[in-house]
Ligand binder design. Sequence first.
Ligand SMILES: O=P(O)(O)OC[C@H]1O[C@](O)(COP(=O)(O)O)[C@@H](O)[C@@H]1O
Ligand SMILES: [Mn+2]
Length: 643
Amino acid sequence: MKEKFLDLLAQKYDSEEKVVTEIINLEAILDLPKGTEHFVSDLHGEYQAFQHVLRNGSGKVKEKIRDIFKHELSEEEINEFATLVYYPEEKLQLIRDQFDNNQELNAWYSKTIDQIIRLIPYASSKYTRSKLRKALPKQFVYIIEELLYKTDEYTNKKHYYSKIVQKVISLGQADKLIIGLAYTTQQLVVDHLHVVGDIYDRGPEPDKIMEALINYHSLDIQWGNHDVLWIGAFSGSKVCLANILRICARYDNLDIIEDVYGINLRPLLNLAEKYYEDNPAFRPKRHSNKQQSAEEQLQITKIHQAIAMIQFKLEMPIIKRRTYFNMSKRLLLEKIDYENNEITIQGNTYSLENTCFATINPDQPDELLEEEKQVMDKLLFSVQHSEKLARHMEFLMKKGTLYLRYNGNLLIHGCMPIDENGNMEKMVIENKAYAGRELLDIFEQYLRYAFANREVTDDLATDMVWYLWTGEYSSLFGKREMTTFERYFIKDKATHKERKNPYYYLREKEEICRRILEEFDLDPDQGHIINGHTPVKEIDGENPIKANGKMIVIDGGFSKAYQPTTGIAGYTLLYNSFGMQLVAHQHFSSKEDVLRNGNDVLSVRRLVDKELERKKVSETNVGEKLIQEINMLNSLLKYRYMK
Ligand SMILES: O=P(O)(O)OC[C@H]1O[C@](O)(COP(=O)(O)O)[C@@H](O)[C@@H]1O
Ligand SMILES: [Mn+2]
């Protein structure tokens, strides 16, 4: 077996020199400082704010510019230059408009090309030449390398370099070169991105975030509860589908469904028009600047009710067929006194407000009307046949996992379900108990199975994806129940409360975090848990760094809808060879504001951890793989060349 494998490897490395060169190359990489990891979470459709953070590397781009040019450029010029690196196309356009003759513009080009060429070696100092080459704009690799590797000792070459730059400008290539190098810089500053969940829902442009991620050079995703809801819908779960439509209606984002993913909402609208009226509890949240007519608002309000009622009905058969989901408390449509418009929950009776029960048969409240059934069948068909959605969901599956162990840290969107004593909570699935890492692994297996078998819509795997959205032992939800029904129909706020898993107070304790890290076979002295999911209320003095630095919560709320409660516009985390830094972002106004005023509200930094010695690639996940490769190549060297 081993010989067979080595024979195959020998096809690629077909000479002694090739094997040796690769070994030397890999050994050299192991000795380089580790690349910068960038962590973001809870993007919630806020593409503009997200891409800004992505483009500025949470402040790293400006930091590099400042390091090099602080003695040469004013703060204003540094801001200008940084903006050019973030948004090269738009910034170039603005700059071109400022000059009224070509001579001045060309002088600007020449100065700028020189500056950006000086930035590249600094930004790439941690990488091999080959990695840098891969990050360069392809059409200009030769020219850029000539410019990069100039040495001042041969002054007679100086003329030659300025000739190259002049030629680039006179041939009208300056813009393209600057744009290419700006993206190279962005790419060099962050080596790898982690998206710790919740790309979808609430904000208006999750699809654009997905496109940006698809085009990003290196990343992984830990699914959030909202992401699995979309995966569930695509995998055939009608209740997940009803939920995503309900949330889109609630946040006035139905154009994502219709215009972006091409799903026809007409049948749903017809149903909604037939059975529903205006209803204050279902009017869309006004959080965008979108202009909307009264008629449009009314339509959305009706759709919102139609789909919410379908959702409540669809939940019931699942709760009944999966008793171990332990959700019988959520069979609310059965607990309603339809004559008196009241509901009794755990012995307390509440009157119901803003009800819209026209499609409910009180004798069998979970029964869908024939029309409702047809609407859901059509919607599911269109969802599963949307090419764009398929591409986005496939990418989520390819890059995503429920949790990730990476460079000693545990990345997980929500929580590890634990009890008051910090023990891993057990869930019995099909007569077998699972807890801790095993539970998360089985959840992920079900999710992958549901995705692979999309034509089946009511098997355990498909139901389980919905459980991940709302079940008490879901590591993504982390609460005991979701009180959507109560929030629509019951005034008493006490019924709206969603009790959190004990994890959310116990994670303040170092001891608990250490136990969880151990559960995942991670070194508790070295590792951290990195969570998203729960907005950190900076406004109330909540600290995102918990448990003596073992726990870091980076959901500061990109989501505009949640910013008033957090008082901040999101946290991100950076982890480079010197340690970890938490970055707090202020409210992002707009790209236009950044472009015109260089307004790039500087992020506050908090040091999470400082490495005593600079961390090298050899100590990382990537390093581990490289060491394995080196071992294989050494075996090949022995086997083939007797060395
Ligand atoms: O703010 P909304 O739209 O009412 O949503 C509230 C619902 O969202 C959730 O908080 C889940 O979403 P998050 O993952 O963003 O917290 C539920 O627990 C809750 O019922
Ligand atoms: Mn979440």
